[in-house]
Design a protein around this ligand. Structure first.
Ligand code: UDP
Length: 140
């Protein structure tokens, strides 16, 4: 079974949307295999998004991601990586398909409610960024 790393971003937590977004994730057939709430430091956010270092939005993104608590979780499902990207929609909510989580709730391209890994390999790396193996329900 494939796994992906999702993060309910600080805007999701701040706006009281944790329950609503998790409801949609479960309704779409994902099983939650790990979950917690953490408040990233700026340095930790920079580490998580290291691939974007140097991009014009890097400073704003890492300031936002360290602005309050977020909820990383490991989701499991067949085809989890692609199916979760489809559930959340395009980065920019204005371009996200009708019915997707970002289209419904995101206020901007930067503050877009939720993160989802973009490949199986990155999912593995991102899962281990947040979760030591003792916190994974189904260790591997
Ligand atoms: N981002 C932004 N401006 C941009 C592109 C991205 O603020 O022009 C932020 C946004 O929060 C996005 C994150 O940086 O979710 C990571 O960007 P990526 O291109 O990986 O988008 P994602 O995979 O999250 O859709």
């Amino acid at each position: 079974m494939e796994q992906t790393l999702a993060i309910l971003k600080p805007d999701c937590v701040r706006r009281g949307l944790i329950g609503e977004v998790i409801r949609r994730i479960e309704a779409a057939g994902f099983r939650i295999r790990a979950m917690k709430m953490v408040h990233l430091t700026k340095k930790e956010a920079e580490g998580f998004y290291a691939v974007h270092r140097g991009r014009p939005f890097f400073e704003e993104l890492t300031t936002f991601m360290s602005s309050g608590p977020c909820v990383p979780m490991v989701l499991e499902k067949e085809n989890a990586v692609a199916d979760f990207r489809a559930l959340i929609g395009a980065t920019d909510p204005a371009e996200a398909a009708e019915g997707t989580i970002r289209r419904e709730f995101a206020e901007s391209k930067g503050q877009n409610i939720v993160h989802g890994s973009d490949s199986v390999e990155n999912a593995r790396i991102e899962i281990h960024f947040f979760f030591p193996s003792i916190e994974l329900v189904d260790r591997r």
